[in-house]
Design a protein around this ligand. Structure first.
Ligand SMILES: [Zn+2]
Ligand SMILES: [Zn+2]
Length: 423
């Protein structure tokens, strides 16, 4: 036998038995996003490497260490997308969409990062996210967070998650804050981990969300962004929390949250859970008012977020999600002429919208009934030689074992009718 080829490390199959969960998450999110006026945008899975270097930031872990970069046959440097926002911003600028603001879009699909694989983290992972371009004020931030929380309510996950919020300020107030933070961190440099020490000057904010216990201790007493906002940023943050409180959306202000990407301004947020072991973010995002201009477009305020589908699927793990492929009817056909009648009936039921499975492998009536039981179908139709001769079928309710004889004439319509009126 030839050696079997395995999947690439850090990738996995989402098996057919898991996909009802995924489809439930994707359908719930798409439905909620549509309620708020978001349409789907599908951008390519690979882009020019420089797009991500410029959008995400050249000195981030993502761009420095984690991107899948390759040369195509023409020598162009391309990268598999490590996140969704850069492509959306590129599309916004390239298609001249700043002439019809606000622009609301969502996306879904695989992203790629060369990270150490662990539970719930893969090198090909999947995100759904939204971006809103145009409105600069706190009302836009509030609407987006209401939409995020509406998703968690509709997915039945709201009990498991917390909304955390912070403001990172703007180009007017961040430099002053940065000074104060650096001054404080310089006084505690020896206590910081190597990673934080080396990026201290470039990105002192990252010390605040470093997971190292020593860094955490230093961060606990560090100056906080929310206490050093300019008036405009302070008003924005107050306006946002005011809107959310008016809508009774529970939130926690987390002054340590800085997010990993360089482009955020003002509002940043995470939806976190402790249900997967250590505290994890299942959705995260923020405002990025400067990014469109950085990417070569006309300055346009924007805000967005992404959710990780792997972690959301883990959160839903134990719950049964609707599976549209579970048959409502299982057709058992045994004996002379039964398969002809059975396959015809099966196709008519499907035409009427009834998910129907028919046994394709023959076998005894007893054997086929076992398969009907395992299929999960609440009903079975039994066609044996006697039924073929008499022009009838047996309709059996699997839960009660109750069985009745129905004439073949107009059968599919009558079965469908029986299923839907519940009698
Ligand atoms: Zn500011
Ligand atoms: Zn550190």
């Amino acid at each position: 036998m030839a050696a079997a080829i395995k999947a690439v490390r850090g990738t996995r199959d989402i098996l057919d038995r898991e996909s009802p969960t995924w489809r439930f998450l994707e359908a719930t999110a798409a439905r909620v996003f549509s309620l708020y006026g978001y349409r789907e945008l599908r951008t390519p899975i690979f882009e020019k490497t420089e797009l991500f270097a410029r959008a995400v930031g050249g000195d981030t872990d993502i761009v420095e260490k984690e991107m899948y970069v390759f040369e195509d046959r023409n020598g162009a440097s391309l990268a598999l997308r490590p996140e969704g926002t850069a492509g959306v911003v590129r599309s916004f600028i390239e298609n001249g969409l700043d002439r019809q603001l606000p622009w609301r879009v969502f996306y879904k699909g695989p992203m790629f990062r060369y990270e150490r694989p662990q539970k719930g983290r893969y090198r090909q992972f999947h995100q759904m996210g939204c971006e809103l371009f145009g409105p600069p004020g706190p009302m836009a931030d509030a609407e987006m967070l209401m939409m995020v929380m509406r998703f968690f309510i509709d997915a039945g996950l709201e009990e498991l998650v917390t909304l955390e919020l912070n403001s990172l300020g703007c180009p007017a107030c961040r430099p002053g804050y940065r000074e104060k933070l650096l001054e404080y961190l310089h006084a505690h440099t020896e206590a910081l981990c190597g990673n934080c020490q080396s990026r201290l000057e470039r990105n002192p904010l990252r010390v605040l969300d470093c997971k190292n216990p020593n860094c955490k201790e230093v961060a606990a007493s560090a100056p906080r962004t929310v206490e050093h906002l300019c008036t405009a940023c302070g008003d924005h943050f107050q306006g946002l929390t005011g809107h959310l409180e008016a809508e009774n959306i529970p939130l926690t202000v987390n002054p340590m949250m800085v997010r990993g990407l360089d482009y955020y301004t003002r509002t940043v947020f995470e939806v976190t859970t402790t249900a997967l072991g250590a505290q994890n973010a299942v959705a995260a995002g923020g405002r990025y008012d400067g990014l469109v201009a950085t990417m070569g477009g006309r300055a346009t305020p924007a805000i967005g977020f992404a959710m990780g589908l792997e972690r959301l699927a883990l959160l839903l793990d134990e719950r049964a999600c609707p599976d549209p492929a579970t048959p409502t009817v299982y057709v058992v056909a045994a004996g002379e002429g039964a398969d002809l009648v059975g396959l015809g009936l099966t196709e008519q039921l499907r035409r009427l919208g009834v998910a129907t499975e028919i046994n394709l492998q023959g076998g005894s009536m007893r054997n086929q009934m076992k398969k009907a039981g395992r299929s999960g179908a609440p009903w079975s139709v039994i066609i044996g030689e006697r039924e073929v001769d008499e022009g009838t079928v047996q309709l059996k309710q699997m839960a009660t074992g109750e069985q009745q004889t129905l004439a073949s004439e107009g059968l599919a319509e009558r079965i469908a009718g029986r299923l839907y009126d519940g009698s």
